[in-house]
Write a protein that binds this ligand. Structure first.
Ligand code: HEM
Length: 215
């Protein structure tokens, strides 16, 4: 009887903790995140290949700071979900976590001036600005939960945070698809500024709510 109650309690406390990331999914995430982050870091070069944005001409410092800091967050994030790294190298996990959070703070602040002047106008601007607000909020709550040693909640909020960081991946996939389908940028870009993150956030919500063993 007591065993049943203990088992039920364990199931309950595990129900809202995101589980370990499956190997293949994690590998695909690392490859995409690393590729996009490394390519995005070209904004740090003196001569930038394929800038393609009016923000590059009018707000280059903000765009450069954004591209470099956001790339650090994109690169670092997937490693934080490795249960082995968390368990064996907690000092490294904390150092990477601080790097991730500071990178997002800088990337979010620098995204505001460029977000106000996104390509194609107000709808796209609003999509990026709301994404930025959700990004810093989710990351801030995740950090606050870690400081309060509420590790289960910290993990849930970090899953949400990285799902938003991964908007950098989905945005580029959808843009490529829109170009391949011949959809004009004036139509595709405003939609993608929202679509690049809302489904990610819904997927993250599903991920953290499904019953999964704690890692
Ligand atoms: C998740 C929150 C993010 C927000 C709110 C955001 C916002 C923006 C905005 C507003 C622009 C300018 C778009 C335009 O001028 O039309 C931009 C461009 C850019 N962002 Fe982000 N961004 C985010 C995440 C990231 C991440 C994680 C990366 C990491 C690679 C990244 C890398 C870039 C790059 C490289 C550009 C320049 C455009 C390009 O070459 O693709 N951003 N971002």
């Amino acid at each position: 009887m007591l065993d049943d109650a203990a088992a039920a309690q364990t199931r309950h406390s595990r129900a809202h903790v995101p589980g370990a990331m499956p190997g293949a999914g994690w590998l695909i995430l690392v490859v995409l995140a690393t590729g996009i982050a490394v390519w995005s870091m070209r904004y740090g070069l003196p001569v930038v290949p394929q800038p393609n944005l009016s923000n590059f001409v009018t707000r280059r410092p903000a765009l450069t700071i954004h591209a470099l800091s956001a790339s650090v967050a994109l690169l670092v994030g997937p490693w934080q979900f490795l249960p082995g790294l968390r368990a064996r190298r907690i000092g490294l996990h904390r150092a990477l976590g601080r790097t991730y959070a500071v990178a997002i703070l800088v990337a979010w602040l620098s995204s505001i001036p460029i977000g106000l002047h996104a390509e194609t106008g107000m709808v796209a601007s609003a999509g990026f600005l709301v994404l930025g607000a959700a990004w810093i909020a989710a990351t801030g709550v995740a950090v606050e939960r870690a400081l309060r040693h509420d590790i289960a909640a910290h993990r849930r909020w970090m899953v949400r945070s990285y799902a938003l960081t991964a908007a950098a991946i989905t945005l580029r996939i959808y843009l490529g698809m829109a170009i391949a389908l011949g959809i004009p940028m004036t139509l595709s870009y405003p939609a993608i500024a929202w679509l690049c993150w809302i489904p990610n956030l819904l997927a993250a919500e599903w991920w953290v709510r499904r019953a999964a063993p704690a890692s």
